[in-house]
Design a protein around this ligand. Structure first.
Ligand code: NI
Length: 171
């Protein structure tokens, strides 16, 4: 397995609309496994393909807690939220937006329709923290970052802070 390079904001790939996946082959399996390895290495609880520079509709999420076993991950191809209810507001960060975390409004419970790595249709219902992860990662496939959910004032302050951090990195 290969640890992939994570693209960071303002990389334009993070703003693209990802393309649907229609070929379910060994290459897709390998990409998913590499993405999972990259996610656990980071460490993070979810990773979307655009974050490693591939603008396709695939995400991987940490599924250890649900399966009660460490290191278990799930790949969701062409995921789509088909039902959502309730509200929650919890702290979020993003591997592509280092240094920043913020509270974000999300649905408390979502049902996601997707295909597995064999192309078979699946459905999963998630609540609480796991529902946040799914909503955050699916956003990435539409070029949306958690920053976009903040008020414009807060986003402005965040981007200023981030720009300063980027400049410090370059020095
Ligand atoms: Ni993210």
């Amino acid at each position: 397995m290969t640890i992939l390079k994570i693209c960071e904001f303002p990389d334009p790939v993070l703003r693209q609309q990802a393309a649907p996946v229609d070929v379910f082959d060994e290459q897709l399996d390998k990409l998913a496994a590499d993405m999972a390895a990259t996610m656990f290495d980071a460490p993070g609880v979810g990773l979307a393909a655009p974050q490693i520079g591939k603008s396709i509709k695939m995400i991987v999420v940490d599924h250890s807690r649900q399966e009660e076993a460490p290191g278990v991950w799930l790949a969701l191809v062409n995921p789509e939220i088909v039902a959502a209810e309730g509200r929650q507001c919890d702290s979020e960060g993003c591997l592509s937006v280092p240094e920043l975390t913020s509270k974000v409004n999300r649905h408390r419970k979502v049902t996601v329709r997707y295909q597995n790595l064999q192309g078979q249709p699946q459905e999963i219902t998630a609540e609480d923290r796991f529902a946040v992860v799914l909503q955050h990662e699916i956003d990435h496939l539409n070029g949306v970052l958690f920053l976009d959910h903040l008020s414009s004032l807060k986003r402005h302050l965040y981007l200023k802070k981030y720009k300063k951090w980027l400049e410090q990195q370059q020095n």
